[in-house]
Design a protein around this ligand. Structure first.
Ligand SMILES: Cc1cc2nc3c(=O)[nH]c(=O)nc-3n(C[C@H](O)[C@H](O)[C@H](O)COP(=O)(O)O)c2cc1C
Length: 187
C-alpha cells in the first residue's frame, strides 16, 4: 500500500511561499511512490483547545468541539508521516498552526500512542536572514521538545528565508530540500 503523507500548511497568504514549497514536497512524496495530501489549515474552522479534559473521558481524538478537527483526528491517527509547513510569526510558530497543534492534546488519553514513531517533517518560512534572527530557532526548539515527548521521528527541518517575495520561484535550494524531504517521508 502506498504511504500517505499529510502536509499541513498554516499560512493565510494566497501566494504563500510555504504553500509553494509544500507542493514541491508533495511532488517528492509522489516520486518516492507515496500519496500526498495537502491540507490548508487556514481554510478550516479550528477552535483553540478549551482544556476541559473531556477528551480524557471520551477517548483519544474525541474532542467535544464540533469543528473541522473532527475530520482531521482520524487522518492524523492513520498517517505514517506528516509535514508541517508554516511561517514564523513573532519569533515562533504562527497562531494558525499552533491552534491545530494544541488540539493534538485530545490524543493524550492513551499517552499519544498515535504519534509514536510517526515521521515528522518541518518547513518553516520567515523573512529575516537566518534561523536565529528570525526566531525560527524558537519554533524548532519547541518542535524538538514536542516530538521528543511524543516519541515521533523528526526526519528533517527546512528553514527557508525569503526576504524578497519575487524570489520564491528562483529559490532552487529550498525547493530541492523540500523535494528531498517529501521523498524521505514517503519511504
Ligand atoms: C504577523 C507576522 C509576524 C511575523 N513575524 C516574523 C518573525 O518573527 N520573524 C521573521 O523572520 N519573519 C516574520 N514574519 C514574516 C513571515 O514569516 C515571512 O513573510 C514568511 O516568508 C511568510 O511565509 P508565507 O508566504 O508562507 O506566508 C512575520 C509576518 C507576519 C504577518
Amino acid at each position: 500500500m502506498k504511504k500517505k503523507v499529510l502536509i499541513f500548511t498554516g499560512s493565510p497568504r494566497e501566494d504563500s511561499y510555504g504553500a509553494s514549497l509544500a507542493r514541491v514536497a508533495a511532488r517528492g512524496v509522489k516520486k518516492a511512490g507515496g500519496v500526498a495530501e495537502i491540507i490548508n489549515l487556514t481554510r478550516l474552522k479550528l477552535n483553540p483547545c478549551q482544556a476541559c479534559d473531556r477528551c480524557r473521558q471520551r477517548g483519544p481524538g474525541q474532542c467535544f468541539q464540533e469543528d473541522d478537527m473532527i475530520e482531521l483526528y482520524p487522518l492524523l491517527k492513520k498517517a505514517k508521516a506528516i509535514i508541517l509547513v508554516h511561517p514564523v510569526y513573532w519569533f515562533t510558530i504562527n497562531a494558525q498552526t499552533k491552534i491545530f497543534i494544541d488540539r493534538w492534546y485530545a490524543f493524550g488519553g492513551d499517552n499519544y500512542v498515535s504519534f509514536k514513531n510517526k515521521k515528522i517533517g518541518l518547513i518553516l518560512t520567515f523573512a529575516d536572514s537566518d534561523l536565529a534572527s528570525s526566531g525560527a530557532i524558537n519554533a524548532i526548539q519547541a518542535y524538538k521538545d514536542m516530538f521528543n515527548y511524543l516519541e515521533s521521528d523528526l526526519m528533517g527541518i527546512i528553514g527557508a528565508s525569503l526576504q524578497d517575495r519575487g524570489q520564491a520561484k528562483k529559490d532552487t535550494e529550498h525547493r530541492r530540500q523540500a523535494y528531498e524531504l517529501g521523498q524521505e517521508m514517503a519511504r
